[in-house]
Design a protein around this ligand. Structure first.
Ligand SMILES: Cc1cc2nc3c(=O)[nH]c(=O)nc-3n(C[C@H](O)[C@H](O)[C@H](O)COP(=O)(O)O)c2cc1C
Length: 142
């Protein structure tokens, strides 16, 4: 199974999630590619059938608008029929950015893995890391 994990992370919180998702997927036997959105393109990511996307809550409960949002805007029309997992860190909010993102991904025709995104407050603790690892294992079986 070929899986891509593409993420944006300003302070390393979502990156820690991405790396643990990668570990879980790799240990379940997947061929995993981990990409910072600054180092890839929407076209490259869209070549995979199983796609995990990570971005924290920014602005006022929106995706980070300068790097991640333009990348996602290009990718979204290519998500039809893909299996997509969403994840990201947040701080003071209630996770509205993730609800909106889930809706957008499903409206684009993707199958949302686990039916919802994985959100973790700030840097993942041991329980949070376990959730990320488990998501990676799920990706490998998708
Ligand atoms: C400019 C800015 C805006 C933010 N807006 C929100 C927000 O609307 N809701 C929220 O829960 N957290 C918000 N945060 C907190 C980040 O989501 C949080 O620090 C997150 O852990 C950053 O993850 P990263 O290191 O992977 O980028 C904001 C942080 C910054 C710097």
């Amino acid at each position: 199974m070929k899986v891509v994990i593409a993420y944006y992370s300003a302070t390393g919180n979502t990156q820690a999630m991405a790396e643990e998702i990668q570990r879980g997927a790799a240990e379940a036997g997947a061929d995993v590619t981990l990409l910072n959105v600054g180092d890839t393109t929407a076209e490259e990511v869209a070549e995979f059938d199983v796609i995990a996307l990570g971005c924290a809550s920014y602005g006022d409960e929106v995706l980070e608008e300068y790097e991640f949002q333009p990348f996602y805007d290009e990718l979204e029309p290519m998500l039809d029929g893909k299996k997509v997992a969403l994840f990201g860190s947040y701080d003071w909010g209630q996770g509205q950015w993730m609800h909106d993102w889930q809706d957008a991904v499903e409206a684009a025709g993707a199958e949302l893995i686990n039916g919802k995104g994985l959100i973790i407050n700030l840097y993942p603790d041991a329980d949070g890391l376990k959730e990320c690892y488990d998501l990676g294992q799920t990706l490998a079986q998708s």
